[in-house]
Design a protein around this ligand. Sequence first.
Ligand SMILES: Nc1ncnc2c1ncn2[C@@H]1O[C@H](COP(=O)(O)OP(=O)(O)OP(=O)(O)O)[C@@H](O)[C@H]1O
Ligand SMILES: [Mg+2]
Length: 244
Amino acid sequence: MRTILETRELSFSYSEEHKKVLDSININIERGSITAIAGLSGCGKSTLAFCLSGIIPKSILGKLHGIVLIDGKDIKEFSLPNLSQKIGVVFQNVDNQLFLPTTEAEIAFALENLCFSYDDIHRIVANTLGTLGIEHLRHKNPSKLSGGEKHLVAIASVLSLDPEIIILDEALSQLDEENRNLVINAIEMLSKKGKTIVLIDHRVENLIIADSILLMRDGTIIDRIEGGQSHEFLYNRLYKFFLQ
Ligand SMILES: Nc1ncnc2c1ncn2[C@@H]1O[C@H](COP(=O)(O)OP(=O)(O)OP(=O)(O)O)[C@@H](O)[C@H]1O
Ligand SMILES: [Mg+2]
């Protein structure tokens, strides 16, 4: 497998006054893999997701050192439209991501901005709703949906652009069991199709699908667990990590 996403000595603080939230992070993410990132609240997972997706520094400023490379190219060199087809993020706080009056409009939004034809948009919206089993939400207003349903709509809006890399920042945590299974199946299906998935999560039931799990503490990656372990091994390893 070939590296698709890479950081070199990545460090970040939100301002001169704030301490480093990310501290010399070096990671290599292989194309087509599912890489999980787990760590305690506040250790910097969402900030790392912002850097991996270019939101830092394109939208959020701060003190950034080191580089993020996608396919060997510095993320700063990508235009926003190119970047959005390379990498999509489902944010932890989905309310910042959803702003249109219907689910259908949310899914179509980025496609319209990129000037896809009406027929293509219609087809992609229908496919995406089908993949996630959310046809019934098509004409609903996302702001009036439950937390779990909002996450499904946000995932759909990201999938519609068919990005090569998809980052899910705690997107599974608010889903009920049925929807969680739907999304887990969708993630595994996308991975089989060659998509690269970065899954920020802490539940063993979700992490078990990962090819590797990066353990993060105080802004650094302190260890890595190879995938394919038993549920019991993973539970014990993560239990120790979170208690340490
Ligand atoms: N906009 C901001 N300005 C200043 N500090 C911030 C900002 N956003 C996050 N932080 C701080 O950066 C640190 C890392 O936050 P981050 O949200 O990346 O952690 P996290 O691992 O995603 O946490 P959680 O599991 O709770 O989502 C925290 O100390 C947080 O308070
Ligand atoms: Mg977070």
